[in-house]
Ligand binder design. Structure first.
Ligand code: SAJ
Length: 444
């Protein structure tokens, strides 16, 4: 089957589609393609996910509007099925790959899941099939890893016997389906005709722009857009440190800076977590591996952001010290453990770094988070006997708490605000000794 024939099968929805990896990227896209009228096979390693999906139950935690209903609809309609058997991919015309691509402790990509998926797929790959990588990958990965692995495991030749493209995901936890439908996509094909054929599929379920390009550009755009955000946040964090040192208020500074045309200073804070912004800058950097490119800004931004939870430890230490107390032997209430407000996702959470450091320094830590099961509970009961409360995540519920009650429960009424959720005057009127990240004391 050549690309023209494949294109026709996609246009009339006869093409058989598969998604490898039914996580927060793969599952929504599988549902949307099935809803568009295609026959979709989801291939997944985790038996519990397979079992839930085949019962029409969403395995994804957290609030994902419309996803559970859509999954139930397409599964009961017989258009989506999950399996762990790669052999079932042998009749698939288009295969999307949405497996994890984390980085290791040395900030190098770990492609084990991608390699395993490609090797298994290659061994059953149908002639004329189109393989689309949706996972975020370092620039050069399509040409240096994906194509060689597929050719080797299939004994077929790319652009003759099968086709390859890269359409990086742009989903966001909490808005998976909305983003999938309404955020533009970069559609990178190994050939322009491949990109056109990919676009024919995405047109069925993406209402936003489909920007056709080559694979390297697609790899660069995705990793760059997240490295951009990381550098922007790091800039805001560095200005926060400056403001603390010179007696400024970074939150006020940011508000006024952003009134200047073409400025968009991001939010400083207690750190950068999650599985996109913390790793994609390293994937971008890895694209230059083995080449002598002097990269300083992107690694430095990662270092600045990784430092922020440790800076919060310093703020706590300063507050206690001003009261003749030490971190050693103190009891600290940590408010917020997920990496993002109103989310239960704790991956790469800055709070994890904060808690580890506090415990290393001899503090006893009490953790509260309304979204993370093991840390749910009565905030004020947890505050009892603590020498400070530390706000790490801007959960909506934290904005409305009774600060007077918090002050009364704490052993020492100290509140360190890592995200500038509270108003200093209100906090102090409630009887709290308030310290916000990014706000210096002119008398220092
Ligand atoms: N953060 C700051 N300051 C900011 C923005 C975020 O400290 O100004 C922190 C957050 O607290 C969090 C981390 O950075 O710990 C990441 O926050 P995020 O809003 O970037 O959320 P993510 O990690 O879910 O990023 C995703 C990304 N989406 C994709 O990769 C498809 C990112 O590209 C989006 O820009 C981002 O969502 C978004 O816009 O919300």
């Amino acid at each position: 089957m050549n690309l023209d024939e494949l294109r026709k099968k996609i246009d009339n929805k006869e093409a058989k589609i598969a998604i490898i990896g039914l996580g927060y990227v793969g599952l929504p896209v599988a549902c949307r393609i099935a809803q568009a009228g295609f026959n979709v096979l989801g291939v997944e390693r985790r038996q519990d996910v397979i079992e839930k999906v085949n019962r029409g139950i969403s395995p994804i935690e957290g609030k994902e509007p419309r996803l559970a209903e859509l999954l139930a609809e397409v599964v009961s309609g017989g258009r989506l099925r999950a399996s762990d058997d790669y052999r079932e991919l042998s009749d698939r015309d288009v295969i999307l790959v949405a497996v994890e691509t984390p980085v290791d402790g040395h900030n190098k990509p770990r492609y084990e899941a991608l390699r395993a998926a490609l090797n298994a797929l290659g061994s059953v790959l149908k002639r004329g099939a189109l393989v689309i990588i949706e996972s975020t990958i370092a620039p050069g990965t399509i040409s240096k890893l994906v194509i060689p692995l597929l050719e080797q495991s299939s004994q077929l030749k790319v652009n003759r016997d099968f086709y390859v493209g890269h359409c990086p995901e742009r989903v966001m936890p909490g808005r998976l389906l909305a983003n999938l439908e309404n955020v533009s996509r970069v559609v990178g094909g190994m050939t322009p005709e491949t990109a056109e054929t990919m676009s024919a599929l995405y047109k069925h379920f993406v209402k936003a722009d489909l920007d056709l390009t080559d694979c390297v550009t697609a790899e660069l755009v995705k990793t760059t857009e997240n490295a951009y955000r990381d550098v922007q946040i790091a800039f805001a964090n560095e200005v926060a440190l400056i403001c603390e040192a010179v007696g400024g208020d970074v939150w006020k500074v940011r508000e006024l800076v952003n009134k200047s045309p073409f400025r968009n200073m991001h939010l400083p804070g207690a750190g950068v977590g999650g599985h996109c912004i913390t790793k994609d800058p390293w994937l971008l950097v890895y694209g230059t591996e083995g080449k002598d490119v002097p990269l300083r800004l992107i690694p430095a931004a990662r270092a600045v952001n990784d430092f922020m939870p440790l800076h919060v430890v310093n703020l706590i230490r300063q507050v206690l010290k001003s009261q003749g107390k030490e971190l050693f032997g103190s009891k600290i209430l940590v408010m917020g453990y997920s990496y993002l407000e109103d989310s239960d996702d704790t991956r790469n959470s800055p709070s994890e770094v904060l808690v580890k450091r506090l415990e290393e320094l001899g503090s006893t830590v009490v953790i509260h988070d309304p979204y993370v099961h093991q840390y749910q509970g009565d905030l004020f009961e947890m505050a009892a006997g603590c020498d400070a409360a530390v706000l790490m995540v801007r959960h909506q519920t934290y904005r409305q708490i009774n600060l007077k009650e918090l002050a009364s429960k704490l052993r020492s009424p100290n509140l360190i605000d890592g995200r500038r959720v509270y108003d200093e005057k209100q906090a102090e009127a409630a009887g709290l000794n308030y310290c916000s990240l990014g706000i210096g004391d002119e008398s220092d």
